[in-house]
Design a protein around this ligand. Structure first.
Ligand code: GAR
Length: 207
């Protein structure tokens, strides 16, 4: 059984998708053992509580500096030593010590087709604002392994989503979530739980 920590910051719809797909058997051989939020008010923590999953807040506001926060975050994760850490709308750059301790065991969902609209400043609704500004006709979502840089790790799954003439950042965000994120993030976890994802340099191989 793959033991999973999910890190969140906000609404937690991706967390909900994982919970639902574990419950309906789409994700096999995995269980969420811990939900961590950097934000005490995150609705994602309520979703965890409703599902009976231990949820905790580790906020930078509660620590004197970033290094103390980073250490506290690592210590919390180490309490359960998960097999996989899923960043599901986690708006914190993963500290180097966590990347090192859990190398090849951290995945992220990004709301665009990497390498488009990713890296610094590209998170949440901003990603969709930028896609609309640029006038692309197709966008989507990407699940990738996390390395020490932002949105650069090996890609596991991607799914494209058409942009409509009258899209706003909000309508586009919703469609990307429904058609792509809530599908490929659970699928990636299922594949990893089945031992079917291998990292080979900058790419992954799925068997
Ligand atoms: C999702 O769209 C996720 O892809 C994005 O934040 C949203 C969180 O929504 N993540 C990033 O932008 C990371 N760079 P949720 O809390 O409802 O899952």
């Amino acid at each position: 059984m793959l033991r999973v920590t999910v890190c969140v910051s906000g609404g937690g719809t991706n967390l909900q998708a994982i919970i639902d797909r574990i419950q309906d058997g789409t994700i096999r051989n995995a269980q969420i053992v811990q939900v961590i939020s950097n934000n005490a008010g995150a609705y994602a923590l309520e979703r965890a509580a409703k599902a009976g999953i231990p949820g905790i807040c580790v906020s930078p506001k509660d620590y004197p500096d970033r290094e103390a926060f980073n250490e506290a975050l690592l210590a919390k994760i180490n309490e359960v030593s998960p097999d996989l850490i899923v960043l599901a709308g986690f708006m914190v750059a993963v500290p180097k010590q966590i990347c090192a301790a859990y190398a090849g065991k951290i995945i992220n969902i990004h709301p665009a087709l990497i390498p488009s609209f990713c890296g610094k400043g590209h998170y949440g609704l901003h990603v969709h604002e930028k896609a609309l500004e640029r006038g692309v006709k197709v966008t989507g979502a990407t699940v990738h392994f996390v390395d020490e840089n932002l949105d650069t790790g090996p890609i596991i799954l991607q799914k494209a989503v058409d942009i409509m003439e009258d899209d706003t950042p909000e309508t586009l965000q919703r469609r990307v979530m429904e058609q792509a994120e809530w599908v490929i993030l659970p699928r990636a976890i299922d594949l990893i739980a089945a031992g079917r994802v291998r990292i080979e340099g900058r790419r992954t191989r799925i068997s």
